[in-house]
Design a protein around this ligand. Sequence first.
Ligand code: BGC
Length: 751
Amino acid sequence: MNMRRWSALAMGIVLFVAGSASLHAQFGAPHAAPSGPWSNKSLSPDQRADLVIAQMTLDEKIQLLHGLGWRSLFMPTESGPAVRSLGGAGFIPGIPRLGIPDLQMSDAAVGVARGAQKSRYSTALPSGVADAASWDPKIAYEYGALIGSELRDQGFNMSLGGGVNLTREPRDGRTFEYEGEDPILAGAMVGQMMKGEQDQHIIGDIKHYAVNDQENGRNYANSIIGQRAMRESDLLAFQIGIRDSGVGAVMCSYNLINGTYACENPYTLHDVLDRDWGFRGFVVSDWGGTHSTVPAAKAGLDIEMPGNGYFGEPLKKAVQDGEISAAQLNEMVHRVLRTEFATGIVDDPPQPKVVDVMHGFAVAQHVEEEGAVLLKNANHQLPLVAATIHSIAVIGGHADAGVLSGGGSAQVDPAGGNAVQPPSGSPTGIMALLSEWVYHRSVPLDALRAAAPDAKVTFDPGIDTASAASLAKSADVAIVFAIQHESEGTDLPNLSLPNNQDALIEAVAAANPHTIVVLESGGAVTMPWLGQVSAVLESWYPGIRGAQAIAAILFGQVNPSGRLPITFPKTEADLPHPEEAKQPAGPLNAMPGLPMLRQNQTIFDVHYDEGLKVGYKWYDAENKTPLFPFGFGLSYTTFTISDLKVVRGDGLDVSVRVRNTGRRAGQEVAQIYASLPAAAEEPPRRLVGWQKVRLEPGESRIVTIHVEPLYLSIFDVDKDRWTMAPGDYTISAGSSSRDLPLSAVVKLGEQ
Ligand code: BGC
């Protein structure tokens, strides 16, 4: 069995573990009303936490700092607190005598995950990267609020969503879960998403902290990166997300950072998260990501998940032996309890009810309509006009059955089961949870037929290129649905569409000049056929109403307004690392914490020597022309951006006039970039602000975007703080990182 398989197996076991617990769980954990002085809501969360701690025994304190263990999750539990688990990915029994609730955690990256075991339905939202592509913090809030309310409906009080690892390695199999390549955009979006969740009285979680930018060998990858680069890229996304949301939890990642595991790394956990950012929530390890007791606790890990190998008896012993002080233990417990009070899960526990399916449909469709990105539209091929189209050939991508989703712990179980039967010989059981390509029953073919009721809409699966081309030839328009699956635990071998789809698109385009490609992908794909097709729409993994949203865009009921939150390169040769760093061959790519699978594994270095030059910053600095740049996206109308004004104050206030110069209402994203003084030694430009604005035809509006000093600063490693380099800052404005017609220079002093 190869490494990818083993990695998949290890991941599959995680999923199985959670699932088997759920089989024996009771819905609706008992929740005793708080009783005692801490139930006084006029006290601060910190005061209330301390009042509880004063009543707690040592065992009760330890109990709050770990899950119940791999074994208890593995084996169906007939007794003990584990019977109360709702079958989410994690469970920590509460302390009923003190009114402290069970922590019921569920994965929830793109919707509440793993409902199948209990016949639970949840909304499958479009991918996180689609959320980022909306460039609209209100969409991110709506996304989070929906997840938060569906978690509550299902009895969960803690989310494991909030992925914000930067797309530094575009082949990362979790790109779809994250918010793109720019720290300021990603941080702002995940911050709003977590705010939306926590406003539902759910503990939010931002993950995977940090520099966990590839899945290949993720448990053994040692991310090597300079402090400045880390602070200004990957860590900045977390900094903004945590600041904007007051999120309750941060999940430390599997990998090592500069030689030390992320879950026991004093620099990232203590110096940065705790000391510099003032994080008051708790740090939870990724599942099996804890590697020690004393170093981890001292560095700042508060909860080991899902087990107790280090924070159960060994932590108790470390406290009794004085290796961990009573004060430190109390601090760990305090962080958990103050978060429970602050987020409202104690005072306002979840009240299980049936998920509001229709509301979920509306939100999912709205997110997709705002996040899908129109990449090409030659000769105004789109929008399609139903009245003038007599025939449409729909080809490939199982568009007759559903839309694709991303796999792994983010997988939202499909309503009614997978819309596409996996090919015979595919893995079954727990392996299937990871490797199966799961389709939701939102059917593009049906949605297109509904949009063009008088047209003849036919389908070809796209397996035989000749047959697909011949169908395309017979139709007015051909629409190819091209798919690329991503899943946690493995990375993409490259950015090409798999399964001969490039050849399929070429054959169809040769047969019909009106060929439209709809991509369902987790991130960037290469497009050797781009010059031959007339239109391309990137729909990401579009969620449970994906087909309806795609049809609405193709037929112009919705004017596309998504912008790329990641660069699409022409070829892998243009990436900072044309070849991804691979884990050296070893006996097993195992999950730490699963002793039965653990083998001698080799830690290997992943050199992020592109440093600050993540995403578009790389292409700009290296003078490489991307296929589609960061920030790019077309509309059915046209806009101009003019009248740039830059006013100095606390940071900058940048205003521009945005005008809709076309004949349809639409949305433009005014983007502001800054080029720092040469002495700062930064990549050519960075995004420092943006605003999405909706305009009627002919309408214009002045938008003012505040750019805070942090976004203009660099991290000075010697001084161990952010500083602003004195000198000339060029502020540019436009509609993508490569279309910036306006610029102004402002002089800023050291701050
Ligand atoms: C993933 C996390 C997830 C956890 C629990 C891990 O393998 O990396 O993102 O929250 O499992 O399912």
